[in-house]
Design a protein around this ligand. Structure first.
Ligand code: B12
Length: 311
């Protein structure tokens, strides 16, 4: 793996920056950058953080401890796609959002729950109403059009609606396979992973949703205790990519044999992976899916390719 000096030079040159450009951006002399790149000096904590922020990489990447980063052109393209999608919200999503923005939670919920009672599958509500509404909330928040308080209110309300929708899911038999679901590192975004969990359950899987903040050792215990065939890891923030990679390595270190000691399949997903379609391979995962419906297909395919787990 490259050290800090080599990594810094690589980051600078791949962005077509001269040492003096980077020096100006960091507020240091050009000779300081030259010294960093020649391994003569090491930056102080503040400059190190500034460099990581400037190149939009983690500290681990900057220090050469990780190979995982996201290309900035992907981020820009994704942002543009998201903005375009937001403009084409379905009428149901627009209505749900408008009601919540007005604080009319009961009306917003009633409408959705009535739709489900008349036969609209929960998965369709997730895909066509809740997911696009949440993305639009993110866009409105970023554009300073709604407050943090409103964003929190809407995401909490949606979480509580999902709890009610769980009771309306039509389960499709039972498979002899368990899936453990976690978010990576400091990741708190877990609504997408909950959607994945609910749809996998609807398809017959036994889902062990651990969500955010579960220590790696507990994840390994949950995989063993449940004889899990699949570990599903979700990451929204690119900064959590190193934690995903570490989790995948822990799985391979923990399960290194055959039979019951065969490692579970690792499937990843979430906004960070959607930013860069090659990222899942670089963290060492076995597969990736862009959204919750695709996650079910992916898990089915992985298990069909060589494991138990049929209906
Ligand atoms: C709700 C929300 C929150 C809530 C989360 C509540 C919760 N319990 O999840 C709260 C308020 C806690 C929050 C906090 C923060 N947030 Co926020 N948040 C959002 C918001 C508005 C919606 C997220 C969401 O639920 N999306 C809908 C779900 C359904 O989509 P999804 O996660 O992509 O999931 C789908 C797929 O990706 C896939 N999938 C997901 N997981 C998995 C896993 C597997 C295995 C598979 C196969 C598939 C899969 O299936 C899902 C369903 O189809 C987004 C906006 C956005 N564009 O997403 C911002 C957003 C993600 N947040 C953002 C930020 C910056 C933050 C904070 C840093 C803010 C702050 N300064 O504190 C913190 C970070 C907290 C942390 N450490 O994680 C930024 C991230 C920017 C970036 N760097 O990428 C966003 C994009 C807002 C923005 N426009 O800038 N946030």
């Amino acid at each position: 793996m490259p050290n800090f000096a080599a990594r810094l030079k690589q980051l600078r040159t791949t962005r077509n920056l001269r040492q003096v450009d980077l020096a100006n951006a960091m507020g240091v002399a050009q000779t300081t950058i030259a010294n960093y790149e020649q391994h003569n000096r090491f930056p102080d904590e503040q400059t190190l953080l500034k460099l990581a922020e400037y190149f939009a990489v983690s500290l681990d990447y900057l220090l050469g401890r990780s190979e995982v980063t996201i290309r900035s052109d992907d981020i820009l393209r994704f942002r543009a796609d998201e903005a375009a999608q937001a403009q084409t919200l379905t009428p149901a999503a627009r209505e749900y959002l408008t009601q919540l923005l007005a604080g009319s939670k009961r009306e917003a919920f009633d409408r959705i729950l009535n739709q489900v009672r008349t036969g609209v599958p929960v998965g369709e509500i997730y895909r066509t109403v809740l997911e696009p509404s949440l993305r639009e909330v993110g866009r409105l928040w970023e554009a300073n059009e709604i407050s943090i308080g409103k964003e929190h209110y809407i995401s909490r309300a949606t979480e509580s609606l999902m709890g009610q929708l769980y009771g309306q899911i039509r389960f499709n038999g039972r498979r002899n396979a368990a899936v453990v679901l976690v978010t990576a590192g400091a990741e708190q975004h877990d609504l997408g992973l909950r959607m994945v969990s609910d749809l996998l359950e609807a398809d017959g899987y036994r889902c062990v949703f651990l969500g955010p903040g579960t220590p790696a050792a507990e994840v390994m215990s949950a995989l063993r205790d449940n004889g899990a065939e699949v570990l599903a890891i979700s990451a929204t923030l690119p900064a959590n990519m190193d934690s995903v990679q570490t989790m995948v390595r822990s799985v391979h270190a923990e399960f290194d044999g055959n039979g019951p000691d065969r490692p579970p399949h690792v499937v990843v997903g979430g906004r960070a992976f959607n930013l860069d379609p090659t990222l899942w391979q670089r963290v060492g995962a076995d597969s990736y899916a862009e959204h919750a419906d695709a996650a079910v297909t992916t898990v089915n395919e992985l298990l069909a390719a060589g494991r138990r787990g049929g209906l």
